[in-house]
Design a protein around this ligand. Structure first.
Ligand code: INI
Length: 158
């Protein structure tokens, strides 16, 4: 039996953070958390690009454009869709989530999922550096872990 587990380490890797401006007071904190996680795992600032899009709806298309450049070893997608603010919450949140999952599958590059979907601004703030931690930090860490896991699995194949 062999166990495989990725060890988060950004040494020598390039990561893009794609983030929505909608609810920017929340999403900026997610970005701060993600950058902190990347830097604490040997990420160099010059190897981190932060790409802003209007809203969560645009996260998948921007992610696909980034992946098409073949420059990035991992993507961290960040946003906040808040139910109280939109009658089309389910469409925006659902399509953004589905589109990000599809992009990850199509390009075989890990995408950390840091899209908050909450009922209230307070719930979003609690997950962006508040009582429930910082989901941007968590998403960045997951992306690094998966990046290393994929490498280990590829090395095993060869
Ligand atoms: N985008 C978000 O990221 N969060 C939201 O809560 C939201 N609301 O409330 O509507 C939202 N809408 C904008 C959408 O993502 C697109 O940017 C817009 O429809 C233009 O394509």
């Amino acid at each position: 039996m062999t166990d495989f587990v990725g060890i988060p380490d950004m040494s020598g890797k390039h990561v893009a953070i794609v983030v929505s401006r909608f609810n920017e007071s929340v999403t900026q904190k997610l970005v701060d958390g993600a950058i902190d996680a990347l830097e604490r795992h040997n990420g160099a600032r010059e190897d981190i690009d932060v790409v802003w899009v209007p809203g969560a709806w645009e996260l998948p298309s921007a992610t696909r454009a980034l992946l098409a450049t073949e420059r990035y070893d991992a993507i961290v997608a960040l946003g906040a869709v808040i139910r109280g603010e939109t009658p089309h919450f389910d469409f925006v949140a659902g399509e953004a989530s589905r589109g990000l999952a599809e992009a990850g599958a199509d390009f075989d590059v890990p995408i950390g999922f840091g899209l908050l979907t909450t009922d209230t601004v307070e719930q979003a703030e609690a997950r962006a550096g508040g009582a429930h931690g910082n989901k941007g930090w968590d998403a960045a860490l997951a992306a690094l872990e998966m990046m290393d896991l994929f490498e280990r699995l590829r090395a095993r194949e060869g």
